[in-house]
Ligand binder design. Structure first.
Ligand code: HXC
Ligand code: NAP
Length: 297
């Protein structure tokens, strides 16, 4: 008997048969995990990134793991000619593309006053510029052909709240969230849905090396701020992505779904610092603070 858990693909077998999805930054990390899940559900997948050797290696691994068809296409999403070439290669190989995941990103931690103009611009160009370029390139194709499409943008929880020390990323991701919501309205009439996922921490080499370096580990355990007490598992995010790209979510448009174990609401709740109060301290506090019931006469 199959045991169904968050560690398995969630949708029905073959849910993506005959569908093609393009994933920017699909050679590593969460992009690779989304590709893996979509392939296991029958999709054909196009993965892009700047490093051809990383893409080729990932494509080989994914073919072996899933038996699916993968097109690795080197592309810097900042460069519109390369984005046009990505779209052309995807259509040449598969004849059609049904979904786009804007997942490629650049990020690092740095006090904002220490950033050069170029550092700020680099992150904005990758995150926001890249998402805009790919959305325009695929969206125009879909609209010209009169065909529907599904766009999924991977943002962050701080796209809504903002965050210090990653300000170029926060600015760019907020722009991508605005893009998501704006096109959900404007392109809904073409049958193009536009949604976003806002992940909390999911371990990847790319994010951890730049955002959680060992040198900062003594500042505390990042999972302490997460009510569920753990980081996310890739399959959990990949299942949500597959759902939002699939026809099962056909009426979801303009949504941004947070997947963070409760981290962002915990950070916002004024009294959540009371997590630090022990049961014994609660006994003492309640003995002082809780009104006593009047004794029955
Ligand atoms: C300050 C930095 C810097 C740093 C680079 N720069 N790293 N400034 N602190 N740590 C500056 C450089 O000095 C340069 O400015 C400018 O940024 C461009 O740097 P390049 O190395 O020339 O750029 P490039 O080769 O295009 O690389 C882009 C990159 C790099 C963003 C800097 O880190 C990258 O390729 N990242 C891709 C993968 C990635 O970031 N993954 C993490 C995603 S996680 P000057 O002025 O000196 O020329 C995520 C959300 C996580 O997004 C949320 C966690 C919960
Ligand atoms: P990652 O492995 O570093 O993924 C980033 C990918 O983007 C890489 O494959 C990289 O490949 C590609 N990329 C970077 N610049 C590019 C460019 N100019 N053109 C094309 N591709 C480019 O990190 P990740 O953690 O999986 O992040 C994936 C997504 O999740 C990102 O949008 C990130 O912001 C988001 N996210 C992650 C977390 C987390 O905890 N991991 C939390 C919140 C949000 P190349 O270097 O080969 O180009």
């Amino acid at each position: 008997m199959t045991v169904h858990t968050h560690q398995n693909a969630m949708l029905k077998d073959g849910a993506f048969r005959g569908r093609t999805v393009a994933i920017t930054g699909g050679g590593t990390g969460l992009g690779r995990s989304m590709a893996q899940t979509l392939l296991s559900l029958g999709a054909q997948v196009v993965i892009c990134g700047r490093r051809a050797e990383v893409l080729d290696r990932t494509a080989d691994e994914l073919r072996q793991e899933t038996g699916g068809e993968v097109l690795p296409q080197p592309c810097d999403v900042r460069n519109t000619d390369q984005v046009e070439a990505l779209v052309a290669a995807a259509y040449d190989r598969f004849g059609a593309v049904h979904g786009l995941v804007n997942n490629a990103a650049g990020n690092f931690i740095c006090p904002t006053e220490r950033l050069s103009y170029r550092a700020f611009q680099t992150v904005v160009d990758i995150v926001q510029g890249g998402a805009v370029h790919c959305t325009l390139a695929f969206g125009k194709r879909w609209i010209a052909a009169g065909l529907p499409g599904a766009i999924l943008n991977i943002v962050t929880t701080y796209a809504s709240s903002g965050s210090g020390y990653v300000v170029p990323s926060a600015v760019a991701k907020a722009g991508v969230l605005a893009l998501t919501r704006s096109l959900a309205s404007e392109w809904g009439k073409y049958g193009i849905r536009s949604n976003a996922i806002a992940p909390g921490p999911f371990p990847t080499e790319g994010a951890w090396s730049r955002l959680m370096p060992d040198a900062l580990r003594n500042l505390g355990d990042p999972t302490a701020r997460i009510p569920l007490g753990r980081v996310g598992e890739h399959q959990e995010l990949a299942n949500l992505a597959a759902y939002l790209l699939s026809d099962y979510s056909g009426y979801i448009n303009g949504a941004c779904i947070t997947i963070d174990g409760g981290e962002s609401v915990h950070g916002a709740g004024q009294f959540n610092y009371l997590d630090a109060v022990s049961p014994e301290q609660w006994d003492e506090l309640q003995a002082i603070m809780k009104p006593k019931k009047a004794e029955a006469p």
